[in-house]
Write a protein that binds this ligand. Structure first.
Ligand SMILES: NC(=O)C1=CN([C@@H]2O[C@H](COP(=O)(O)OP(=O)(O)OC[C@H]3O[C@@H](n4cnc5c(N)ncnc54)[C@H](OP(=O)(O)O)[C@@H]3O)[C@@H](O)[C@H]2O)C=CC1
Ligand SMILES: O=C(O)[C@@H]1CCC=N1
Length: 282
């Protein structure tokens, strides 16, 4: 699903168990697009002083994961993977029975639908596994979605609606979500490093830092749009920049000598393997 311009505001209350970086990115993304106001968003976490970012904006913050679930219609589980069991146990302690079946959306890297089903079975909830990324803060997210069989078509539509408003949202078989997530969810960090390194090179050659960073980011945005929108293979796009005997091919040679391609490939392999390892966390 692609993000559109027309926004039909949601009536559902959206909850986040865990109010860290990724939860904030989802919140910012959906509020800035007008899908929900801050007042329709609930968040829980163990330290109320770490939730001021939320309360300052008018979201409802609580230390009790149980009351968060009770109050929200859609619950994003957004704690770190190794905290999942603790967070769910906290719900069971205060709210062993839910009065309504809930829709749980896990954003946890590695944690499988089978594991989520096991952990959440007592609530009789419907489950969807997703892998978002932080660029959704600025409306350019790239989210993957793998629904559990307990999720209804309406649930899947709703989650697609929420996540595609902040970028793209693509349904993917669960067996591919770790590798696709390494690319889309970890990938922004790799690209920030590339932007930073390119700017460093320009600073080394005398360009002021602020200008170097601004130009590196805009150039990356343009190159990404070319790769996405022109339909041309990236190898061809690269060739179109490399004038024979020119400046660019000298830079391309330096990158090849430095093992840039192998380093990026290793980055994706390592991140994919780590997601699989995380599924071992109890
Ligand atoms: N960051 C990213 O780009 C992406 C992250 N994800 C996934 O999102 C999840 C969160 O990652 P991220 O936002 O980076 O991590 P953060 O550390 O920023 O956020 C985790 C949050 O969970 C809170 N928390 C800790 N224990 C509990 C608990 N028992 N109950 C409720 N909340 C709790 C923490 O509160 P406190 O700080 O007070 O301890 C913190 O606010 C992970 O599972 C990750 O795999 C997925 C895709 C991309
Ligand atoms: O680094 C992590 O584990 C999370 C999941 C994907 C992006 N950030």
């Amino acid at each position: 699903m692609e993000g559109g311009n027309f926004v039909n505001p949601l009536t559902q209350k959206i909850g986040f168990i865990g109010g860290g970086n990724m939860a904030k990115a989802i919140c910012e993304g959906i509020v800035s697009k007008g899908l929900v106001p801050y007042g329709q968003i609930h968040v829980s976490g163990p330290r109320i002083h770490n939730l001021t970012w939320w309360s300052e904006r008018g979201c409802h913050a609580t230390q009790e994961n149980g009351s968060l679930v009770e109050n929200a219609d859609i619950v994003f589980i957004s704690v770190k993977p190794h905290i999942l069991h603790t967070a769910i146990e906290e719900i069971k302690k205060t709210h062993p029975i839910m009065h309504q079946s809930k829709l749980f959306v896990s954003i946890l890297a590695g944690i499988t639908l089978k594991q989520l089903e096991h952990v959440l079975s007592e609530f009789g909830g419907r489950i969807i596994r997703v892998m978002p990324n932080t660029p959704m803060t600025v409306g350019e997210g790239c989210t993957l979605i793998s629904p559990h069989h307990s999720a209804t078509q309406e649930d899947i539509y709703l989650v697609n609606q929420i996540l595609s408003i902040t970028g793209t949202c693509r349904e993917i078989p669960e067996n591919l979500i770790n590798v696709a997530g390494a690319l889309t969810s970890s990938g922004p960090a790799f690209i920030y490093m590339a932007i930073e390194a390119l700017a460093d090179g320009a600073v080394k050659m005398g360009l002021p830092r602020v200008l170097a960073s601004e130009l590196a980011a805009q150039m990356t945005l343009g190159a990404a749009k070319m790769a996405r929108d022109t339909g041309k293979h990236t190898g061809r796009l690269k060739d179109e920049v490399c004038s024979p005997g020119g400046t660019t091919i000298q830079g391309v040679y330096a990158l090849e000598k430095g093992g840039m391609r192998a380093a990026f490939m290793d980055a994706i392999e390592n991140s994919t393997k780590k997601a699989a390892e995380m599924a071992g966390h109890k």
